[in-house]
Design a protein around this ligand. Structure first.
Ligand SMILES: NC(=O)C1=CN([C@@H]2O[C@H](COP(=O)(O)OP(=O)(O)OC[C@H]3O[C@@H](n4cnc5c(N)ncnc54)[C@H](O)[C@@H]3O)[C@@H](O)[C@H]2O)C=CC1
Ligand SMILES: CCCCCC(=O)CC\C=C/C=C/C=C/[C@@H](O)[C@@H](O)CCCC(=O)O
Length: 262
């Protein structure tokens, strides 16, 4: 299979989209390190995956992406156990407009921290093997959702970080592709909890629900298939892949030509 011999790390792997990413990577032959702050869910998933794929194909590590210490230890354990990192699914994230500083700390700062620490092991200039980093952004990273302005900001940040890192990697010779995955509404615990997590904007919950009803909700499996596309297609670097129930689209962004002033 296409990913035989590849070592993948998935953050937020225990539930939802991350769990589906873990499963499709295993189905395609990768060895997967599951990182999650939810130890019970992580251990439960590991137990189930052991039966299906064998104990040697996965490793679960309790890891909070807000903690540099946790991430460093997780990547060190990964490299010691499996010899390196080829694929990073930078997926962990929350929605809670009440605790918006924490949401920024997880969704944006955490994603940047995980990517930077993974670079220390993946970067060809640092002895790594290169590879691909897929950051889970959101459709809200491409256009604003009025019911969650800070969530929107975190996801716009993830898209911008991804595109800039893709250019930096190419210019620097890191040998690493960076892409952003931008799903619409996906049927997960995060989606189910939207109405209770809009804080000051709870009065806009109905409008958001109407939008979700109109757009439809995606399955985690369909999102995972899009992840696999970004992992496998080596022509994809600096892309933002929009995933909706009406199909998928690689987003084109405005290009500002550099020219001297008048
Ligand atoms: N559900 C949706 O409609 C959409 C979700 N997304 C994004 O997809 C990603 C996954 O979301 P879902 O699967 O829907 O959520 P979920 O709540 O079902 O799963 C998120 C997983 O991340 C873990 N997690 C949360 N905080 C963490 C931390 N500090 N450190 C490590 N792990 C942590 C949770 O324990 C959980 O296992 C998030 O980044 C989210 O913003 C993007 C577009 C749509
Ligand atoms: C409400 C929190 C959602 C958290 C999970 C997601 O990331 C789901 C993202 C799904 C859809 C996002 C759509 C964004 C649309 C914008 O581009 C804009 O067109 C929406 C305008 C209407 C509005 O603000 O409600």
């Amino acid at each position: 299979m296409a990913l035989n011999g590849k070592i993948a790390v998935v953050t937020g792997a225990a539930l939802g989209i991350g769990k589906a990413m873990t499963e499709i990577l295993l189905q395609n032959g990768a060895t997967v390190v599951l990182l999650d702050v939810n130890e019970a869910a992580g251990k439960s998933l590991k137990e189930a995956l052991d039966k299906q794929y064998g104990r040697e194909k996965t490793l679960f590590l309790n890891c909070d992406v807000e903690s540099e210490e946790h991430i460093k230890a997780a990547f060190q354990k990964t490299v010691e156990t499996f010899g390196g990192i080829d694929i990073l699914c930078n997926n962990a994230g929350i929605l809670n407009e009440r605790t918006w500083e924490k949401m920024i700390s997880i969704n944006l700062v955490g994603a940047i921290r995980v990517a930077y620490l993974a670079l220390q092991h993946m970067n060809k200039l640092a002895g790594g093997r290169g590879g691909v980093i897929v950051n889970t952004a959101s459709m809200a990273g491409l256009g604003p959702l009025m019911s969650c302005p800070v969530y929107t900001a975190t996801k716009h940040g993830v898209v911008g970080f991804t595109r800039a890192m893709a250019a930096a990697s190419t210019a620097s010779g890191y040998g690493i592709r960076f892409n952003a995955l931008c799903p619409g509404f996906v049927q997960t615990d995060l989606f189910s909890a939207i109405p209770s997590n809009l804080g000051h904007y709870s009065h806009l919950a109905d409008a958001t629900q109407q939008m979700a009803d109109m757009m439809g909700t995606l399955t985690v499996s369909l999102v995972a298939e899009c992840l696999l596309e970004l992992v496998n297609d080596e022509t994809k670097n600096g892309e933002a892949l929009l995933v909706t129930t009406n199909g998928n689209k690689y987003i084109t962004f405005p290009v500002f030509t550099l020219s001297r002033g008048p």
